[in-house]
Design a protein around this ligand. Structure first.
Ligand code: ATP
Ligand code: BTN
Length: 319
């Protein structure tokens, strides 16, 4: 099945004969296989008499060879998983030794922060989970998700998305629309030795949300911003390179050394915001972040500091 898709990913016509010869089945059997592909991955394949078959929308599929060639981390590439974070945790439980990376073409139960779901169509976006061993206790985790945001921002900029910015704690937006999200999950005891799964979702070539799966907030993708398809293998390589660089800086010098850089790309620096903490809403002006990555707000003339995974920031209507 995968070899058929690889042939078709260019969006050009391929004859039944060519496809059949490539996968070793009869011409007659090809259409059945293509229909199975359509159903499994929610794809549209056009069949035109005399010309053959083509994908309605070309794809840039992930290639094990291309990824392994220049990855600083060992990679597992899956076609379809529930969630690359969940898969990475399973690898860890069955003895895989970090650092390692899990990427997938599709997630059937991609997860966002606070139990929300992450839309993850086949072959279009990036679903990337990097597992690291954390041995330096809480200090090594402080600001980690913000540093991942910085690495991702740089990879997006290298890929031509020049006006992306950060929203505390770790969303990436372009023109007020979400282009990428980060979900960190811990396994083990953070006070002792533990592992962190750095889950990253990037909208790369998504043009429309999958049918019946509207995304409940404004979003965009690299393709939408650039107006052309992006090579996903190249983007993964760029992202891994940036992560390696920023994670090294973070480990050696802590978040304090990256704090100014982070604030320089914070879209809501100085803006009036509403911070939702459970049922409570706090109104204030964004001062920045502290050495641990916590949010500093000016609330009623006083500085207050907020951290934790359950917080959610919104711009004030009249900001
Ligand atoms: P906050 O955490 O500050 O509330 P948020 O509104 O982005 O930020 P998250 O929980 O971080 O919420 O992200 C999950 C939300 O992201 C989902 O509820 C959905 O609205 C949106 N979402 C889901 N899939 C995608 C996607 N592929 N691209 C952009 N946004 C998505
Ligand atoms: C968010 O903004 O809510 C975080 C979204 C994180 C999505 C990525 S996709 C790869 C990894 N696997 C998951 O199930 N989630 C993260």
């Amino acid at each position: 099945m995968q070899s058929l898709l690889r042939l078709l990913q260019d969006g050009q016509f391929h004859s039944g004969e060519e496809l059949g010869a490539a996968v070793g089945v009869s011409r007659a059997a090809i259409w059945k296989r293509l229909q199975a592909l359509e159903a499994e991955y929610d794809l549209q394949i056009h069949k035109v008499r005399g010309r053959g078959y083509r994908l309605k929308t070309p794809l840039s599929l992930l290639s094990r060879e291309a990824l392994n060639d220049c990855s600083p981390y060992p990679i597992t590439l899956q076609q379809q998983v529930d969630s690359t974070n969940a898969e990475a945790l399973r690898h860890l439980a069955s003895g895989a030794v970090p650092p390692f990376l899990v990427v997938a073409e599709q997630q059937t139960a991609g997860r966002g922060r606070r139990g929300r779901s992450w839309t993850s169509p086949f072959g279009e976006n990036l679903y990337y989970s990097l597992v690291l061993r954390v041995s330096g206790g809480m200090r090594q985790l402080e600001g980690l998700s913000l540093v991942v945001g910085l690495a991702l921002l740089q990879a997006l900029r290298d890929g031509g998305i020049t006006d992306a910015g950060l929203k505390w704690p770790n969303d990436l937006l372009v023109g007020g629309r979400k282009i990428a999200g980060i979900l960190l999950e811990l396994s083990g005891d953070p006070a002792d030795v533990c592992h962190v799964v750095i889950g990253i979702g990037v909208n790369i070539n998504m043009r429309n949300a999958p049918q019946g799966e509207a995304i409940s907030q404004p979003w965009t993708s690299m393709r939408r911003v650039l107006g052309q398809q992006v090579d996903r293998n190249r983007f993964v390589t760029a992202l891994s390179g940036q992560l390696e660089r920023y994670l090294q800086l973070h480990q050696a010098q802590g978040f304090a050394s990256l704090r100014e850089l982070w604030e320089a790309s914070h879209l809501w620096q100085g803006r009036m915001v509403e911070l939702a903490a459970g049922a409570q809403a706090i109104h204030g002006r964004v001062l920045g972040v502290d050495e641990t990555g916590a949010l500093r707000l000016e609330v009623d003339g006083q500085e207050k500091v907020f951290s934790g995974g359950e917080l959610s920031l919104r711009l004030h209507d009249d900001s």
